[in-house]
Design a protein around this ligand. Structure first.
Ligand SMILES: O=c1[nH]cc([C@@H]2O[C@H](COP(=O)(O)O)[C@@H](O)[C@H]2O)c(=O)[nH]1
Length: 198
């Protein structure tokens, strides 16, 4: 009887999450770690700028990646906003990294998993380290109410995505289209991206 009622309660709670997404969002917020500076800034209505972390792990070698990440954060600060670099460390989504966390992510480089929105559950469940692409960063930024986001580059439709090759008995499409595009279309966040010159 006890297990019947607890499973009913869990079903009701799942149903409530569908009916009341705001409440579900609050629950999700409790699963992420927000740095004290970012948390204070959000609470007091100061400008916060989200920054993706794949450019740190996969975009440049160490230690230039660390230096660039710090420079970008200080440009955001010089302009009166609070930077929130986003990554998953030991399975915990972190919104705003301290110096030690930034150093760790940068030195791990490509051994960190490149994490798009669809990869978040896997990285969290396996307590892995994940560098967030635009789609995953958008997910976490919008969850905590950050409205502006800066990136070095977004994914697109890769060459030959719609080309088919006759492959023995079936047609093969690469369909290599970045999930950044759908995430940008669904998330109410302003994105700033410069033309890449690296
Ligand atoms: O000029 C670019 N710089 C950086 C990226 C990184 O790669 C991600 C897209 O990867 P994919 O195409 O696998 O979705 C972006 O969100 C970003 O982190 C990119 O695509 N293009």
């Amino acid at each position: 009887m006890a297990s019947y009622s607890s499973s009913s309660l869990s079903r009701i709670s799942t149903l409530q999450n569908h009916i009341s997404p705001l409440e579900a969002n609050n629950k999700l917020r409790s699963l992420v770690k927000i740095s004290p500076q970012v948390s204070e800034a959000i609470a007091s209505g100061r400008a916060v700028v989200a920054l993706e972390s794949t450019i740190i792990s996969h975009g440049m070698p160490y230690p230039q990646n660390l230096q660039t990440a710090k420079e970008v954060e200080s440009i955001v600060r010089e302009n009166g906003a609070v930077p929130a670099t986003i990554a998953i460390l030991n399975g915990v989504p972190c919104i705003g990294l301290n110096e030690e966390e930034l150093e760790r992510l940068a030195s791990l480089g490509k051994s960190v998993q490149k994490t798009a929105g669809r990869d978040i559950p896997h990285v969290v469940a396996t307590r892995g380290d994940g560098a967030t692409t635009v789609s995953a960063t958008l997910f976490f930024a919008s969850m905590v109410g950050i409205q502006v986001f800066v990136t070095g580059g977004i994914g697109g439709v890769h060459r030959h995505a719609n080309h088919s090759k006759i492959h023995v008995h079936f047609l093969l499409f690469t369909m290599d289209i970045s999930s950044d595009l759908t995430a940008l279309g669904r998330t109410p966040i302003a994105l700033k991206k410069e033309i890449k010159n690296i």
